[in-house]
Ligand binder design. Structure first.
Ligand code: PMV
Length: 347
């Protein structure tokens, strides 16, 4: 075994994943499609640590809480089972965006961890196998293993992984309206949706339909169709989530105002389409040439950032590591990539 470090980026879904048909293996009720971004990365180092009896998680330079550590340990059990090993490890992870704020930090987090841990445990996994492994940490993480546009097949345990899809070059303007932790986790909210929403069966069947239309629109380069499906699928998901008992609402008035502004810009000739994951922040899809103008229009509605398609999960060269907690106090809320990584001597 060896110390390894990997980096992965979050993804924003254009056809959303919401609901599992198998909680244990994290098999989705329907397929989904997303863009892996070129910003907001997570960098994770896995350190095999002698005869420790439990895994340790350090998140953004601080010891993580018991719940976060337990989730990582359960994921590492899958890695250990594949490797036939009982080795416990120290995981040091650094997010460049706040954890749990609906900017998909669990996707970048588990994609980076799966990639680093697979190599640390000497597993030789191809991309589909790595995507399947990341899926066991957090469903949407399987798409962050893949660069750019990725389709995640519903499938069974063997066939449920993400792979690249040809698509036109596009940008997203991310509008951050709130950096706080979301009140309910995706996992809990999904479970409640499947258990209580009368609309859930229609959501599952219509999502398969949206996905096949979206894949075709991507392959034929039809930006307008991609955008229309993106916005209507996002609003359907939020309507579905609001239909639970008790109701859950992730969108805020500030989020809705962005959807309204985007619709107005569109009617004035700036073609853009809004979406939001399980949180109040909004991502607006736009052609590359219109991204700067769109960002200018949305500037007073939140903090804006233009992002594009980014790389899949990658191992970093040996010696680049997320520093240990003791050497790196005070960035619990995230910082820049430069803050999150140091050049260490080879481990
Ligand atoms: O992978 P999870 O459990 O964080 O769920 C992600 C769910 C959404 O972000 C709302 C939709 C998606 O497809 O990414």
């Amino acid at each position: 075994m060896r110390t390894t470090t990997a980096r992965a980026h979050p993804n924003i879904a254009l056809v959303k994943y919401w609901g599992k048909r198998d909680e244990e293996r994290i098999l989705p009720a329907a397929g989904s499609l997303s863009m892996t971004l070129d910003a907001f990365e997570t960098t994770t180092t896995v350190v095999p640590d002698g005869d420790r009896s439990a895994d340790v998680l350090e998140l953004n330079g601080r010891a993580a809480d018991a719940e976060q550590t337990e989730r990582i340990a359960r994921f590492l059990d899958h890695v250990r089972a594949l490797a036939g090993s009982a080795q416990r490890v120290i995981v040091r992870s650094h997010n460049s965006v706040p954890t749990g704020a609906g900017l998909a930090s669990s996707a970048s987090g588990f994609a980076a961890l799966a990639t680093a841990a697979a190599t640390a445990f000497d597993l030789d996994l191809d991309n589909p196998a790595l995507s399947r492994l990341a899926r066991l940490g957090s469903g949407s993480a399987c798409r962050s293993v893949v660069p750019g546009m990725a389709v995640w097949h519903a499938g069974d345990d063997e066939s449920s992984f993400a792979e690249p899809v040809r698509a036109p070059d596009m940008r997203m303007v991310i509008v951050t309206v709130d950096r706080g932790r979301k009140p309910v986790s995706s996992r809990t909210a999904m479970r409640l949706t499947a258990a209580t929403s009368p609309f859930y069966p229609a959501w599952v069947s219509s999502t398969e339909q949206s996905l096949s239309e979206m894949v075709e629109a991507c392959q034929t380069g039809d930006f307008t169709r991609i955008g229309e499906i993106t916005e209507s699928h996002a609003l359907r998901m939020h309507a579905l989530i609001q239909s639970t008992t008790p109701p859950i609402r992730f969108l805020r008035p500030a989020s809705v105002a962005i959807f309204d502004t985007v619709a107005e810009l569109r009617s004035n000739g700036l073609e853009a389409y809004a979406t939001a994951d399980a949180g109040p922040n909004v991502a607006v899809l736009v052609r590359p040439d219109d991204a700067a103008a769109l960002a200018g229009e949305l500037d007073d509605l939140g903090q804006v950032r233009i992002v594009g398609p980014g790389p899949g999960a990658q191992l970093l060269p040996e010696g680049l590591e997320v520093p240990a907690a003791t050497a790196h106090k005070g960035t619990a809320q995230g910082g820049t990539a430069q803050e999150g990584i140091t050049q260490e001597g080879p481990a």
